[in-house]
Write a protein that binds this ligand. Structure first.
Ligand code: SAM
Length: 301
């Protein structure tokens, strides 16, 4: 075993490099912040937050507390999903006055299943400068530890809260070959898993990345058929934050696609959309929901 090394971060010569890049005034800085472990903040994020005239954030108390942990006492500006448009105007005005405005969300990368996109859009539309400072994002962190070998991923984010909405959102994804990336709130994780099980083949791999970078972090991979049992095996699992990844579909050959289409067309000439989808699923082995969606398209409904 090699000797374990420790690093005195404050004495690292590289610390000074964060300051070497130029940080122009009249610029909006989109700054990623930790998704759990506070020390995952980047050196550049700290440097910029110290430099900013104001920090626009979802929750001024939460961000105030984060800044305090780094000894920063900054003016904050509430920028959440209910006031994004109005606050965007205020930010544009500040930028026109030559300020540096930092934009953060409660955790992770702003504008990724978080407020921020409207503000960035308004700033760009006004012809002003936007600079992103990269850092944590739950989706990419989960993907990195998943072991799902696929160069492509399809970010879905949060599924709709209602069962019908979830079903409708998942149906068009049944043949998607990219890894699917979902965000989920703890109180909906069981509903989410049930919906995934109804939409995708039970043999697909699913990865639960729970409480990333926190004390009770877990990254678990299993076939979708075992997913519900895993979530229910420990009552703590229905708490905490989740990224759920689902292995993409095995690409259907053109011949298989054509066959499914042919079967569906024949059945639709004799049966209702629902019956046609049911029968076509039995005949082709395809998922019923996806066939139902396609049948609706064919019927023009
Ligand atoms: N913008 C953030 C990002 O870049 O990751 C995501 C914000 S979104 C409102 C919050 C969701 O992200 C949570 O419900 C969960 O799905 C996921 N998430 C955030 N932190 C997480 C963590 N530490 N572990 C697992 N999932 C997390």
């Amino acid at each position: 075993m090699t000797e374990q090394q420790t690093i005195d971060i404050a004495r690292l010569p590289v610390m000074g490099e964060a300051a070497q890049q130029s940080y122009p005034t009249a610029t909006l800085y989109v700054v990623a912040t930790p998704i759990g472990n506070v020390t995952d903040i980047t050196l550049r994020a700290l440097h910029l937050l110290a430099l900013a005239d104001v920090v626009a954030c979802e929750d001024t108390r939460k961000t105030g507390a984060l800044l305090q942990r780094f000894g920063l006492n900054k003016q904050t500006l509430a920028a959440h999903q209910h006031n994004e448009r109005e606050v965007a105007d205020k930010i544009v005005e500040r930028l026109r006055n030559g300020q540096r405005v930092a934009l953060v969300s409660d955790a992770g990368t702003p504008a990724v299943s978080d407020p921020g996109a409207r503000i960035v859009d308004a700033v760009r539309t006004a012809g002003l400068n936007v600079v992103p400072l990269p850092g944590p994002s739950a989706a990419v962190t989960a993907l990195s530890a998943s072991g799902l070998v696929n160069d492509r991923f399809h970010f879905v984010g949060f599924l709709p809260a209602k069962a019908k909405g979830r079903e409708a959102a998942l149906a068009p994804l049944a043949r998607e070959t990219s890894t699917l990336v979902f965000y989920e709130a703890p109180h909906r994780i069981v509903d989410c898993v049930e919906a995934l099980m109804a939409a995708f083949e039970p043999t697909r791999q699913v990865v639960f990345a729970r409480e990333l970078s926190k004390l009770f972090e877990e990254v678990h991979r299993c076939p979708l058929s075992e997913a519900l049992a895993w979530v229910k095996a420990d009552q703590h699992r229905e708490r905490g934050e989740f990224v759920v990844l689902v292995e993409g579909a095995v690409a259907a050959t053109d011949a298989e696609d054509a066959e499914a289409e042919r079967v569906l067309q024949i059945l639709l000439s004799e049966c209702s959309v629902k019956q046609a989808a049911n029968l076509a699923a039995q005949i082709t082995g395809r998922k019923k929901n996806a066939l139902y969606e396609r049948a609706l398209q064919i019927k023009g409904e």
